[in-house]
Structures are given as C-alpha cells and as structure tokens.
Design a protein around this ligand. Sequence first.
Ligand SMILES: [Zn+2]
Length: 74
Amino acid sequence: MKSISGLESNKVFKKSQSSDEQPGGDFQPREMHQGDWECADCGAKITELPFKPDADRPIYCRDCWRKRRERFRR
Ligand SMILES: [Zn+2]
C-alpha cells in the first residue's frame, strides 16, 4: 500500500507543475444545459445538466445517474 500512495503523490506533484491547468481537483466547470426536467427514477427536479439531454432517453438526477453507473459497472 505504501508504494501506491507514493505513486499518487508523485502524480499530484507532476500535475501541479503545469501552470496552465487550474487547481481545483475534481471540479471542472463545464458547459451546463439549463432546463426543466424530472428524474426518471426518483422524480427529483433537474434544472441543469452537464450534457445535452436526449429527448428519447430518460433523464436522471446526479444521484440516480451515479447509482446507475455504479450498478452498470458491477
Ligand atoms: Zn433521481
């Protein structure tokens, strides 16, 4: 396990060296699509999506989307 954490810190160090890249970890501001949708799973209101919604496909809120992805990977 020690070797893994060492590898990770090396990665972070390398990343922080590029001056063009903005610091901020996971959060990357993307183009958001504003609208008024409903989650096809839990019915939660969705006002913006990080991708262009497909009218033929059900739209899921962030929680259900992640749940489905996790289920799909298993
Ligand atoms: Zn949902």
